[in-house]
Design a protein around this ligand. Structure first.
Ligand code: ZN
Length: 287
């Protein structure tokens, strides 16, 4: 690669506004950056310089942020006396909507579009890499609201983070990832019991949020459900009548089936029946 030669005609080109390089993101450096962006009309905010200063000071002390839903940062019991730091999901949505008018606007638009239905919450989970838990695209538990506009759903960086849990901690919990997830779901239900109050454009609404499922890759789905992978004869945990290999019984279908109505859906009764049958078939010899 050759270095680009200085353009002789460059002087005639229209000049872009210059934004000075900020060497470190300290509180004051961040404030300088934001003020400079604002000066150049690149930051769309109604906040005054003083309000920005206050917001940065407040947001840098994340441990102390309190909301009507409790502290933003909380310790969650994941089982076996293991506690991890989590971002309280309702407090997180409330706080983001408080510090960002844009986010509040998105939440309000989602609530308006959903009408009386709750917003659909998705938990995105991916495998954790010990020693590298902050890898950009992995190792995080993120939340998304399926009602978010596409430009936010397409960028996981826009999804609020719930927790980063190390594998070494998960391995100490009975049933591993699925044991942790059980606690996560039990944590979420009361967390969203009162919905989230969002104020935007002179209106305040209570946004209700309901868990709508996990988003994960195959391995993580297997971990979350703690039952099986896709390689078994029955390859789907949701569709009990899909048989990948082996002899089909009445009502079974194969992977070639394209008719959606043919796929059976697993229900609680079947799950409990499987649990009972497994419990009945386990002997001390197996343990
Ligand atoms: Zn299926």
């Amino acid at each position: 690669m050759s270095r680009r030669a200085p353009d002789a005609a460059g002087a005639a080109a229209p000049k872009r506004p210059r934004i000075p390089y900020v060497p470190k993101v300290t509180q004051s450096a961040l404030l300088r950056t934001l003020l400079r962006l604002k000066e150049n009309n690149l930051l769309h905010t109604d906040a005054s310089d003083r309000q920005l200063r206050r917001q940065i000071a407040a947001s840098s002390d994340i441990d102390k942020i309190d909301t009507p839903y409790g502290q933003l940062m909380q310790a969650m019991d994941v089982g076996n006396a293991q506690f991890v730091d989590v971002v309280h999901p309702a407090a997180s949505l409330f706080h983001l909507a408080t510090v960002s008018a844009a986010f509040a606007g998105v939440m309000m638009a989602c609530a308006d579009a959903a009408g009386n239905d709750p917003l659909r919450l998705i938990i995105y989970a991916d495998g954790l890499t010990p020693g590298n838990v902050f890898r950009p695209n992995s190792g995080r538990k993120l939340l998304a609201i399926a009602n978010f506009p596409d430009y936010m759903l397409w960028r996981s960086a826009c999804w609020p983070i719930f927790a980063v849990i190390r594998v070494s901690i998960i391995s100490l919990v009975a049933a591993g990832t699925s044991g942790v997830m059980r606690r996560v779901l039990r944590y979420f239900i009361p967390a969203f019991a009162r919905g989230v109050m969002i104020t935007h454009g002179g209106r305040t609404v209570q946004v209700n949020v309901e868990f709508n499922g996990f988003l994960a890759d195959l391995v993580e789905h297997k971990e979350i459900s703690h039952c099986k992978g896709t390689s078994g004869a029955r390859c789907c945990i949701d569709c009990p009548n899909v048989l990948r290999t082996g002899t089909r019984s009445e009502g079974d279908i194969g992977l070639e089936c394209r008719d959606r109505s043919e796929f059976a859906q697993v229900d609680d009764a079947l799950i409990w029946d499987i649990v009972d049958r497994l419990a009945g078939s386990i002997t001390w010899h197996h343990l």
